[in-house]
Design a protein around this ligand. Sequence first.
Ligand code: NAD
Length: 423
Amino acid sequence: MEKSSEISGFYRRAPGERLKLVTDFAGLTEEEAELLRKTGALNIDQANRMVENVIGTMELPLGVATNFMVNGKDYLVPMATEEPSVIAAASNAAKMARPKGGFHVESTLPIMIGQIQLTDVEDPLAAKEKIIGEMRNILVRANEQDPVLTKLGGGAVGLDVRVVDSTVGPMVIIHLLIDVRDAMGANVINTMCEAVAPIVEELTGGKTFLKIVSNLAVHRLVRAKAVFSKEVLGGDEVVAGIIKAYAFAAADPFRGVTHNKGIMNGVIAVALATANDTRALEAGAHAYAAMDGSYRPLSSWERTGDGDLVGSIEIPMAVGVIGGATAVHPVAKISRKILGMPSARELGEIMAAVGLANNLAAMRALATEGIQSGHLKLHAKNIAATAGATEELIDKVAARLIAEKKIRIDRAKEILDELTSKK
Ligand code: NAD
């Protein structure tokens, strides 16, 4: 029988009980569970092989979002984030999506762009023609660099050439289009671009400079869609409020960017949990949001004929399940197992669904009780901890801060002084 990710009261359980449920759901081994249970899962030697000048590791909470149904399949979604409410919001929105079938997603092939900058050509347009004429040889040279990729059905599949005006004169920009299969792809793309540069120089008599992946992954897109019934959302007024909130984001980039930040809350938390390149995703998403010359929301929301709410998102998703840190970080490997060992495409599809879920949750909160009340509990606990409350006093101090509606560090210190002097 298919396992359900709808686990009632998951959030009320202790971390150990939650881990037991996830272990059963995903078939984690005792060693994997133990790695999650203890802190310091990434040991210093592993860290020292990942980056330079290592002196320690930096931990983040890892949670799982429940209730996700994506293309009819149930997922528990690992999310790593320092921000309160993100995981709860994703779980909550995923629950609200279930009655209408959850999230429906589709994606393009994982085709990325590698850029080669060619300068010092006498006739840029003639150079462009020559490069296009030599496409076959260029692709062959590119594919020689990574036989694994071609064996898997990927590799360099095409190229585009543009003449771009710049402050230092016209330059010919070649886009090598590469199907990177299950990798994020940056390294393989950079290698291929460097390998074909000599052919381009020889053909045109020009000089190639930059040879690097583009983070604007316009050919590697995911689309996700979900319907939320008006009853589940809280009625007509809530639907109207969300549509108004979306209209604001569509009309004003100052709101649009925060709307998109809410989407990235979910996307990046899954990216971190799976050790993907968060900067690449952020850069790509925001550039894609501005593709038509003005900054736009990555999602759109409207009312269906039945008065329900339908949301959709289109977002570039350069994520991998192989290569980079994804294969090295022990927790990332466990996160992939919790997700059922998805391909890179499937992972990207889940991430778009999570982004849409976080977007809906944020808009619904804003359109109803306001964002702060959802944030309040954990925020108050953080403030209590910052004020110096020990483990046994954090909840007491936080409860007082909330009751007094004064979630401030100075007040937390006063309450703490009061409580400790009573002891
Ligand atoms: P990688 O260099 O480890 O290469 C992954 C390899 O996996 C590819 O060469 C491919 O042949 C292979 N592969 C793909 N699908 C496979 C499958 N199904 N089975 C077996 N093998 C498969 O990793 P990468 O994805 O090329 O590079 C990602 C890293 O590059 C990230 O850490 C990123 O941060 C970094 N990076 C990013 C940028 C940027 O975004 N601008 C620039 C440079 C480096």
